[in-house]
Design a protein around this ligand. Sequence first.
Ligand SMILES: C[S@@+](CC[C@H](N)C(=O)[O-])C[C@H]1O[C@@H](n2cnc3c(N)ncnc32)[C@H](O)[C@@H]1O
Length: 253
Amino acid sequence: MSSGAKPHGARDEAAAATAVRQMFDSIAPRYDLLNHLLSANIDRLWWRRAARTLRPVLANPDASILDICCGTGDMTLALLKHRPAGAHPILAVDFTRAMLIRASQKFAARKHGLPTAVAIEADALHLPIPPASLDLVVSAFGFRNLANYQAGLREFHRVLKPGGQLAILDFSEPGGLIGKAYAVYFRHVLPAIGRLIVGQAGPYSYLPASVGNFPPPPAMLALMLSSGYERCAWQPYTFGIAGLYTARRLAVA
Ligand SMILES: C[S@@+](CC[C@H](N)C(=O)[O-])C[C@H]1O[C@@H](n2cnc3c(N)ncnc32)[C@H](O)[C@@H]1O
C-alpha cells in the first residue's frame, strides 16, 4: 500500500477512503465543538494565520481558489475574509456529505453581497475541475487523511495553473520536551475526551495515529519537490504542533 492514511483495518486505498468518509460522517454533528474544545480554540488562529499568508492571491478578485477537504467550512470562511467584493466564489470541496452540508449552511448564512463559496461533493483524488484552472489550492487538516499522498499532490498539480500556489495546513509531531508533553495529551487525553463526547473510540484514536503516519516535514517537502512543485517550504505553528506547507506548481512541468 502506498503512503497515505491508514485507518485501522483498511487493507487498500479504496477501503481507507471509505473508512475516512464513514468516520467523518459519524462525527460531523460534533466536529466543530470538538475541534474548538480539543485545540482550546487554537484551530481558529491557525486557519486565520494560514489565510493571512495567502493574502496576495486572495486579494485578486479573479483568482480561482479551491479549499479541498473543506469539512464544515471554517478554513474557507477564514479565506473569504480576505476576498474583495465581487470576487469569484471559492470552491469548497469534500467527499463527506454530512460535513459539507454544515459548510453550505455557513456559506448560505453569510450576509448578502459578501464574497462566498460553493460547496461541491467530490473526492480530492479525482477532482471535477479542468486542468491548469486554479490559482490556489488550500487544504486544512484534510491532506493527512488522503489514501495516497503522492496521488493527492499530483491531482492538485493537475488543476493548478503553472505558477499556481499550494498551501497545506496540517498537524505535525513536535520534538523536544514540548513534544513529549504534547504527545501525552494528543495520544491519551484527547482520545479520551473525544470518546466521551462522540460516544465511540475510533475517530479520536485515529487522529494521533494519522499524525504519526504522516510524513514529517523533511519527507513531505521532498515529496512535494518530486511531484512537480518548487519553492516548497514549511512554516511551523505553535511549536510545530501544526504547520503550513507552501509551494508553487512548477511553471513548466
Ligand atoms: C479533519 S477534517 C478538516 C476539515 C476542515 N478543512 C477544517 O480545517 O476543519 C478533514 C476533512 O477531509 C475530508 N476528506 C478526507 N479525504 C478526502 C478525500 N479523498 N476527498 C475529499 N475530502 C476528503 C473529510 O471528509 C473531512 O471533512
